[in-house]
Design a protein around this ligand. Structure first.
Ligand code: DAT
Ligand code: MG
Length: 140
C-alpha cells in the first residue's frame, strides 16, 4: 500500500461554471485527502512548463490561452492509487467520449466545442505528479 499524491487542476471553465466544489466533493467522496487547494491565476511560465510535452501540437497555443482565461483551482490530493484513481474519476480527455459517471462525462462541457475545455487536469504518472506538484506548489 503506497500513499501517493497527484496534481489536480479545475480549469477556467470549471471555475467559471461553479463546479470547483463538485470536483472536490467527488475527490473527497472517493476517499482521497486534500493536501492543498489554491484558487489562482496561472502564469505563462508555469503553463509552458506544465504543458511542455504538447509544445508544437496544433492545440498547444489555444490550450495555453484557455488556461490563462480565468482562475484555476490548483489542488494536491493524496491517497492510495490517487494518480490513476483521479484519471478514472476525470474520464476520457474528450468530454464527448468520456463515460457517464466521470467528471468530464457528466459535466464536461457547456456549449463549447473545444476539447481543451474539459474541466479538469490530473497527473498521468508518478513522474508527472512529482514534476507538476513541484511546479504548482514549490513549497510542498
Ligand atoms: P489529459 O488532460 O486527458 O491528460 P492530454 O495530456 O493528452 O490529455 O492533453 C492535455 C490537454 O490538451 C487536454 O486536457 C485537452 C487538450 N487537448 C488534448 N488533445 C487535444 C486535441 N486533440 N484537441 C484540442 N485539445 C486537446
Ligand atoms: Mg495529460
Amino acid at each position: 500500500e503506497t500513499i501517493e499524491r497527484t496534481l489536480i487542476l479545475v480549469k477556467p471553465d470549471g471555475v467559471r461554471r461553479g463546479l470547483s466544489g463538485e470536483v472536490l466533493r467527488r475527490v473527497e467522496a472517493k476517499g482521497y485527502t486534500l493536501v492543498a487547494v489554491d484558487l489562482r491565476d496561472a502564469s505563462p511560465e508555469v503553463l509552458a512548463a506544465h504543458y511542455a510535452e504538447h509544445e508544437g501540437k496544433p492545440f498547444y497555443q489555444p490550450l495555453v490561452d484557455f488556461m490563462l482565461s480565468g482562475k484555476i483551482l490548483a489542488v494536491v490530493a493524496e491517497g492510495q492509487g490517487v494518480i490513476p484513481g483521479f484519471r478514472s474519476l476525470a474520464g476520457a480527455t474528450d468530454p464527448t467520449a468520456a463515460a457517464p459517471g466521470t467528471i468530464r462525462g457528466d459535466l464536461g462541457r457547456d456549449w463549447g466545442l473545444k476539447v481543451q475545455q474539459n474541466l479538469v487536469h490530473g497527473s498521468d504518472s508518478p513522474e508527472s505528479a512529482a514534476r507538476e506538484i513541484g511546479l504548482w506548489f514549490p513549497s510542498l
